[in-house]
Design a binder for this molecule. Structure first.
Ligand SMILES: [Zn+2]
Length: 495
């Protein structure tokens, strides 16, 4: 029995109420009666959805990848030690759960290209153990692993080591990737579902995107992809796709209500309108866009265009603490700051809260009626510490929305239920011992890292090469003829 905010942004808090649960669903919500006992000092409300993340148990700062422009930062991620996929995802999911997140789009970053199925098994097991709903995007990538564009001059400049690394890259073929999606789909259950995860258009060949669009239409499975995270990516695309990349994606059938696009920082108004028409969902990732210097996504424009959006942490929350409630606040403040002088909310509060509770969730589990507490909806709710949130407010019955938007953070999350199962109680995961998982992950990672020789000078040289590649606009040059590129690699092999 608790105070109840059933539809945040659409109806005021009521209560105390009793939520009756049956088979993981809300059967009925009724006003508390005298014999229900004393009300708990909590606010019950829908649990949050994280519309874009990567499930990295070791945060990027922990592996030595300092915040930097995305194109440089990505090159640092190779320092992550290969660890048990269960521990890796389990630590991340447990932190999310304790932040009030009941559902997450997990864009899987493969640790070992040959072990994706094994990794997926570990992630699925972690999802069930923690008890949150995970949409697993199976990664597809096939081009531009080092830079967007012709890497040959860069490899030559970097010397034999870079060439050896490039030769050792072993990607999955499109067919292998599509077959793996089917294998991984065998793991599907209440906490785990599968999506196609083309990593981003600059990393996936057009033919593969076309095949994924077709497969998604045939199977009904969702697609999750990064798009226009940085201006460099936008410029790369503008130099290659006459008429625009977004129009091209539309022509090949990728734009549909099954598609989620992460970031979209550099989307133009006409493109936002087209995406809205096709029913595409965006994941806005404000912290990540700040830390990786990607820019500010035009969230108000998306709202005006009727383009649906959720909110994602991307493993890069501002304070590196996976705080989803703070992320909502950050998005709101950044969107308002982008229209100085206006006395209107850039994103009206109901739309902002729908992003956090409803729209992002749909991009993970589909429209299951969740994100609102009502009869017939899944019982996915969180409990916030009401005295901590509102104890200093003079009004004995205050409007809770300004407090939620203005100060709520993960420290207020006392409990969470997913499908009626209490997965967080007293602020801690019940299904796993989060500190123990984090500790096991850390000691395993330290063991692995100790066996790998660090070479900061090499990393620095590589970054300098990447920096120069973009500074000289090599990403705007035409792609090499595939036959030419092959010849070059053969020449490298002989060296
Ligand atoms: Zn991402």
């Amino acid at each position: 029995m608790a105070r109840l905010l059933a539809r945040p942004g659409h109806a005021a808090a009521i209560g105390p109420c009793v939520i009756e649960i049956d088979g993981g669903m809300i059967r009925r919500i009724r006003p508390a009666a005298p014999d229900d006992g004393a009300p708990l000092p909590v606010l019950a409300m829908p649990a949050l959805a994280d519309a874009h993340d990567h499930g990295r148990g070791l945060r990027s700062l922990a592996i030595g990848a300092a915040d930097a422009p995305l194109e440089l930062w990505i090159s640092r991620l190779g320092a992550e030690p290969v660890v048990d996929p269960y521990l890796r995802a389990g630590a991340a999911f447990a932190r999310l759960a304790e932040s009030g997140v009941c559902a997450v789009n997990h864009c899987h970053n493969t640790q070992d290209g040959r072990a994706l199925l094994e990794e997926a098994r570990g992630v699925a097991r972690a999802a069930s153990a923690v008890g949150i709903r995970v949409g697993f995007a199976v990664p597809f990538a096939g081009r531009n692993p080092l830079v967007y564009g012709d890497e040959r001059a860069l490899l030559t400049a970097l010397g034999p080591r870079a060439q050896a690394e490039a030769a050792a890259r072993r990607g999955r073929t499109l067919e292998e990737g599509l077959a793996l999606v089917e294998r991984i789909a065998e793991l599907e259950g209440p906490c785990f579902s599968v999506q196609y995860g083309p990593v981003g258009p600059q990393w996936v060949e057009d033919g593969a995107l076309r095949a994924i669009a077709r497969a998604s239409a045939e199977t009904g499975r969702r697609v999750h992809m990064h798009l226009f995270e940085t201006q460099t990516q936008r410029d790369w695309a503008d130099a290659r796709y006459e008429g625009g990349l977004v129009a091209h994606l539309d022509r090949i059938g990728l734009l549909s209500d099954r598609l989620t696009l992460a970031h979209a920082v550099w989307l133009r108004p006409d493109e936002a309108e087209l995406l809205a028409e096709r029913g595409v969902t965006i994941s806005l990732n404000p912290s990540s866009n700040l830390r990786l210097r990607s820019g500010l996504a035009p969230a108000a424009l998306f709202h005006r265009a009727g383009l649906g959006f959720g909110i994602g942490l991307d493993g890069m929350s501002l304070d590196d603490d996976d705080d989803m409630l703070r992320e909502v606040r950050l998005l709101r403040h950044l969107a308002n700051a982008a229209q100085p002088g206006s006395h209107e909310e850039a994103i009206p509060v109901p739309a902002l809260l729908d992003a956090a509770f409803v729209t992002g969730r749909r991009s993970i589990v589909g429209d299951d009626g969740g994100g609102r507490l009502q009869a017939g909806a899944p019982c996915d709710l969180m409990l916030l510490d009401l005295p901590a949130l509102a104890g200093d407010v003079l009004d004995p019955d205050p409007d809770l929305i300004p407090l939620l938007l203005g100060r709520a953070s993960r420290r207020h999350v006392r409990g969470m239920m997913v499908a009626g199962r209490m997965v967080v109680a007293d602020g801690a995961c019940t299904g796993v011992d989060r500190p123990a998982i984090e500790q096991a992950l850390l000691s395993q990672a330290r063991d692995v890292a100790a066996r790998v020789a660090r070479d900061p000078a090499w990393q620095q040289a590589r970054e300098e090469g990447i920096r120069r590649f973009y500074a000289y606009n090599h990403h705007l040059l035409p792609d090499p003829d595939p036959e030419e590129a092959k010849k070059h690699h053969r020449r490298d092999d002989r060296r």
